[in-house]
Design a protein around this ligand. Sequence first.
Ligand code: BG6
Length: 478
Amino acid sequence: MSKFPKEFLWGGATAANQYEGAYNVGGKGLSVQDVTPRGGIPVSDNDLNPFITELPTEDNLKLEGIDFYHRYKEDVALFAEMGFKVFRTSIAWSRIFPNGDELEPNEEGLQFYDNLFDELAKYGIEPLVTLSHYETPLHLARKYNGWVNRDLIGFYERYVRTVFNRYKNKVKYWLTFNEINSVLHVPFISGGIATPVEKLSKQDLYQAVHHELVASALATKVGHEINPGFKIGCMVLAMPTYPMTPKPEDVLAAREFENQNYLFSDIHARGKYPKYIQRFFKENDINIKFESGDKELLAENTVDFISFSYYMSSVQAHDPENYQSGIGNLLGGIANPYLESSEWGWQVDPIGLRIVLNNLYDRYQLPLFIVENGLGAKDVLIEGADGPTVDDDYRIDYLKKHLQQVGEAIEDGVELLGYTTWGCIDLVSASTAQMSKRYGFIYVDRNDDGSGTLNRYKKKSFYWYKEVIESNGETLYD
Ligand code: BG6
């Protein structure tokens, strides 16, 4: 008997800026990603800011991505062959509104997503669409300083109204902002905020957060008006946090760290700012400016479900300087001596996924959706019986262990809508801008220097995932 519900949505996830390519085709404007230098998001956002006044260079692998824009039919057919029930992608905001502040959308951009959603429908694959995945139109960063400026709420509203109306009969599942809590860590990439990090005041940063939260609630309201059948969720970067020791000071440090993330899901799910953040605001001289109607908007438009990415857990202590620090997905922490790490230093913790599922469900009693999880690894293409392939047992092992913990969480009582692995087809890494940090079931022949045929090859994990989906998770226990 499968532990997974009958309607469980198995699939894969991507983001426009990391795989579409065609950055200047079909009337698309530039996004903050198009000016990211090779090497991806530097540890500090500061290094990026000089680039916002420059044009993209050929050096940026994201400009061409894996050319999904021209090859989507071939790729969707491969997803269908694996048996995907759902496919997560984002709409590139700057394909629809090239500058972000125009009054009229770009028809060619809208048509591209019509074609993509029609192609998915041919195979009965449900789209799951992120409205903003680290790809704010560059003009909004340059002219308005991104989400620090309240005007962005209006521009975002116009954009989401346009796509909600256009795709109201093609898309049911929507996510308002990818990893919305990441704006605290990478304000340029996540929030289009051009002010260099060292000059950005906490007041401006948290005001930008407020604007995004209001925009997210507004999108939920508008979406439900346009189609009451829409399921609209928030998306957070989830990281269960362990104290380094049972010392109460360390437990408190872990709790405080975790609250920085809960802030975002709390407001989305409960419709108001939590009490614990008031003290932080007071001690840091932060006064969020609410305009009339904001409070009601947040309260009346909570999300239908909570989605999240999960790659790793974090360890915190009150005296972190006394420990070796770990490398992580945007949010840091202390290295966990009990866990192994990926080739990029991200610590692997399948049980952490069960913990985070239980924590979130217990806190909100709302359906959850795991919309990112996976292993970035170096793959070696070999000649197989049916042509080039990759023996990626390490990826199978990683996903299997995580999915087994998902099964445990479901048995614990967690209500889970689905699971989409990150980068189901190899794409350009967000943090390092490398092709060689591969997550996919499908190998894409492109190298870090930009060379390659862009041909697609099925890895061993392709066949493995196909069986997992076919058996609704039963083969995870063979
Ligand atoms: C998530 C992002 O944080 O992590 C994705 O939403 C990203 O865009 C993924 O690609 C994996 O990170 P990376 O840096 O390995 O690409």
